[in-house]
Unconditional design. Sequence first.
Length: 243
Amino acid sequence: MKTIRFTGYDTLSDFMAAEIATAIKNKPSLTLCMASGHTPALTAALLAKKLLDENIDYSTITFLGLDEWIGMPPENEGSCHYFFKTKLFEPLQLQPSQCFLFNSLAADMESECTKMDAVISERGGIDLMVVGIGMNGHIGFNEPGTSFATLSHIATLDETTTSVGQKYFKEKTALSKGVTIGLGHLLHAKKCFLIANGNKKAGVIKQTVEGPVTENFPASILQQHSNGFVLVDEEAASLLTTN
Ligand code: F6R
């Protein structure tokens, strides 16, 4: 794992978008898995702009949405689905056949997980993963205590996730379960970036980079990834003692 520091959110997002665009240029059949949320919002916007401005062919990539709130209608602005639709699928006119998101309203959520695992396996694993980090160290909805070997699964969200998650919604929203691609997929992804910005992420970044590797702090799995990168702005890096 390598930590890369940036002066700010803009430069970090610019770098991340450029990395993804280059990966698509180098492998047109790239399997890309991305988180939604506040951190990757600018990366997604810059990526869409870059792909269009530079006329990069993304027609054969596979896009995987990392996670979703169970029971959340896709048209809800706080859903992961809404994020991907508005920031990537619509601007880029991605074909439905190349986009895979968990159906948050499915009656059989286990089968959503099986389907996602099959898509990943058929493509020989995830090529490039871009994830954020929660205030409890979660990645996707891999909450503290989740096995590093887990594939796609249903998660009971912990108190930090349900309270911090309110920031995505216009009104107070009941959140209790999520569905997510698992840490086992992350560990086997060919390349993985964790991105974080702002003072509020300084503590969890310190734990990610300098703390013990433990399933009680999911993001510490990055230390075990041979091609894992932690991208941080100055504020998120402010508690790090190592370079
Ligand atoms: C969202 C996701 C979450 C977020 C994390 C950080 O799809 O996977 O794990 O990445 O909660 O969220 P932000 O970026 O809003 O701070």
